[in-house]
Structure formats: structure tokens, C-alpha cells
Ligand binder design. Structure first.
Ligand SMILES: Cc1cc2nc3c(=O)[nH]c(=O)nc-3n(C[C@H](O)[C@H](O)[C@H](O)COP(=O)(O)O)c2cc1C
Length: 363
């Protein structure tokens, strides 16, 4: 449904062209300061309309907290927040109301909700619904930061252009802040420029590009995750697949494990300064669905978005006939640059939930 989490619940609601979108967060610990400046900063990184390669849609993402916060601190009661929808061009969608965008959720949503759904701008399936997710995740991220847990995501890939990967053993903390300040979060600015060029070219061709985001969480202690079904990998994957357009996730060496030998895939255990570490991190910091104290590392793959300006073969459900769709409206040729902060903050939400679950393990 539209609620996720074990000890910490997040419910998301709204549609792209309704008056508001928003969330309710239940289970937050009381007395935590709410760093609105940090939340705003993270939400700005997701909002479109800032760069030439992005959709011209302006989404201000201005939020209002309605409950659960008093004098800047969480009350422990449900926190409700709304983000206002402004500047929608609903008319853009009138002409294509019954023409299903292939690869989008128009057809499947219509089947599920029997035509009662608001499909303007993607409705509840719009990438815009990631705004309340970033709100909730950024709040979780600021709470975790005070516990020494740092989460960071960068654009790993756009089309066939690759950024430098994170070192699975951990990164210098200065990298996290630098990435967060960048408009285009990549480790190699040269790769970043090649990605921007590829996006601009896709836009000129009225096409779109996919890519990948790499995310790392450092400082997570050993012991988080609730196997069987709520293993840390399961919970992160559940959250990541909830982000529209995510089509894959892998942890540590991921699919490369399939062709490796045991001796090369090993993460030898050792004591180092009285602390248990692993001397490699092929497993991305998780064993048996439980964090092992090493950096948690995973990658998510995003598909090239469906709304492209080229003519597309599809169906008209009002007339039950095949047709060709040529889309107007304002769309992103590549959402990966905006999606990095969505992955980063969504991961933070899952990790704060796991932290709270951990408190229930033993009396
Ligand atoms: C931040 C963000 C922005 C998005 N913008 C678009 C867009 O402009 N056009 C589009 O076709 N899809 C966009 N999407 C993806 C669609 O919402 C998604 O493909 C659709 O809901 C179908 O879901 P699926 O791709 O996961 O199957 C966006 C996704 C995100 C995360």
C-alpha cells in the first residue's frame, strides 16, 4: 500500500496535479531537533527546473509541517507534512487522457483503479511523489548524522558514461559534504561533464537516458536488520523499488558474485584497534540480512523515463484502438541527477527504522 516501515512508519499521499502531496511519519523518537534548513537543502536537490537538461517544470517543494513538532523538536506523535503543488499544466494532459503512455503507469493504474484515478502528470505514480519521501528521509538523515551515521549517494552512471565508484572500504568524510554541495553529484567532474553532454544530446533527439545511483552508509554499527523478511537488504530493496523508475538494486559486488570464486569473494574478519572489521567489503556491509559494521554499499538502476517526444506506438482505451502518441508537456530527459538525493534520503529512512527496530531486540 502507501505505508512502509516497521518501527518507523511512513505514509505518502497525493497526486501530481492535486492541491498537495505529503506524508505522515509515525514512530519518530521524541525530542529530536528538526533541522528544517537541511531538509530544505535536500529537497532543493530533488526539485526540477534548475538546469538546462532538466524538465522546465518548476516545483518549489515548499513544505509545511502540520503536526508532531513543537518548538523545533519532535513530539513523538505522528508528524504530518504537506508540500504544495503549484504551476501544474493540467491542460497538457486533456488531449491524451485515454491514450496510455507506454512504459508509464497509465495502463496498469487504469486497470487497478478502474479509471477513477487522477492520471494528470502521472497522478500518484508521478516522480513528484518522491518529494515527501525526501522530506521524511532528510529528517531521518539528520537524526542519524547526530549518531555518527553518514549516508551519501552519487550519480554512478548516465547512459554509457560511468563515474568513479565509491571505495567499498569507506570514503574520506570530506567527500560527503563536497558531493552534497554539488549541483551534479559525481566524484569525477570530467565524467559529470560527459554525462551532461549525453543528457543534452538525448534531449535534442527527444529521447531519454537511464543510469545508476550508488549509495553508501558509513558508521552503521553491526546488528541492524530483522531477518527473515525484514533483512536489511530486503528493507532497502523494498524502499528502493518504491521509487518510480527503479528497475534494479544490487548490494556490494552484486551480480558480479555470480562469476566469482569463494576465495575472491571473501571478506576476512579481523580485530583492528579492538573493533571487529572485515578486510574487504564484497558483501557491502551486510551478512545474513544484518549490518556487519562495515560501510553499507548498494547500487540502484533507473530506466530511461517513458515520456519522450518521439512518436510511440500505444493504445487509446476510449476507442479500443491502436494509435501513435507524440507527447507534449514538460519532461526530464534523464531523472538520475535528481534521483541521487531520493536514494540517499530514502536509505536514511530505512536505516533509522532499522536503528529503532534494533532497540527492540533485547530487554
Ligand atoms: C524524480 C523522478 C522524476 C520522474 N519524472 C518522470 C518524467 O518526467 N517522465 C516519465 O515518464 N517518468 C518520470 N519518472 C518515472 C515514472 O514516475 C515511472 O516510470 C512510472 O511511474 C512507472 O513506474 P516504473 O517505471 O517504476 O514501472 C520520474 C521518476 C522520478 C523518481
Amino acid at each position: 500500500m502507501n505505508t512502509i516501515g516497521q518501527s518507523l512508519n511512513l505514509t505518502i499521499f497525493g497526486e501530481s496535479h492535486g492541491p498537495v502531496i505529503g506524508c505522515v511519519i509515525d514512530g519518530l523518537p521524541a525530542g529530536e531537533s528538526v533541522d528544517t534548513e537541511f531538509i530544505e537543502k535536500q529537497m532543493k536537490r530533488r526539485a526540477p527546473g534548475r538546469f538546462p537538461w532538466e524538465t522546465a517544470r518548476k516545483e518549489e517543494d515548499q513544505f509545511e509541517i502540520l503536526s508532531g513538532v513543537l518548538n523545533g523538536r519532535t513530539e513523538g506523535t505522528p508528524l504530518a507534512a504537506v508540500i504544495f503543488n503549484r504551476g501544474q499544466h493540467s491542460k497538457d494532459y486533456d488531449k491524451t487522457r485515454f491514450i496510455m503512455r507506454p512504459g508509464h503507469a497509465d495502463y496498469t493504474g487504469n486497470i487497478k483503479y478502474g479509471g477513477w484515478e487522477d492520471s494528470r502528470g502521472g497522478g500518484h505514480f508521478s516522480g513528484r511523489l518522491t518529494a515527501p519521501l525526501v522530506f521524511a528521509g532528510a529528517l531521518a538523515q539528520s537524526i542519524l548524522a547526530k549518531q555518527g551515521i553518514h549516508i551519501s549517494a552519487h550519480i554512478l552512471q548516465v547512459g554509457s558514461v560511468l563515474d568513479t565508484s565509491y571505495d567499498p572500504m569507506g570514503m574520506d568524510p570530506s567527500v560527503w559534504n563536497k558531493l552534497r554541495e554539488k549541483d551534479f553529484p559525481v566524484l569525477s567532474d570530467e565524467a559529470g561533464q560527459a554525462m551532461k553532454d549525453a543528457i543534452a544530446q538525448a534531449k535534442r533527439k527527444k529521447d531519454s537516458l537511464g543510469g545508476a545511483v550508488e549509495c553508501m552508509a558509513e558508521g552503521v554499527p553491526a546488528g541492524w536488520g530483522s531477518p527473515f523478511f525484514d533483512s536489511l537488504e530486503s528493507s532497502l530493496a523494498h524502499m528502493m523499488f518504491s521509487i518510480p523508475a527503479v528497475k534494479g538494486i544490487s548490494f556490494g559486488d552484486g551480480f558480479d558474485f555470480a562469476s566469482m570464486r569463494g576465495k575472491d569473494a571473501m571478506d576476512p574478519l579481523a580485530y583492528q584497534d579492538g573493533r571487529v572489521v572485515t578486510e574487504a567489503n564484497h558483501n557491502g556491509g551486510i551478512n545474513g540480512g544484518i549490518s556487519n559494521g562495515m560501510p553499507i554499499l548498494f547500487r540502484t538502476a533507473f530506466k530511461p523515463v517513458a515520456s519522450i517526444g518521439m512518436p510511440q506506438q500505444t493504445i487509446d482505451i476510449s476507442e479500443h484502438k491502436n494509435t501513435v502518441l507524440t507527447l507534449e508537456g514538460r519532461h526530464d530527459p534523464c531523472i538520475v541527477p535528481r534521483a541521487a538525493v531520493v536514494v540517499e534520503t530514502a536509505a536514511a529512512f530505512v536505516l533509522l527504522d532499522a536503528a529503532l527496530e534494533r532497540k527492540r531486540d533485547r530487554l
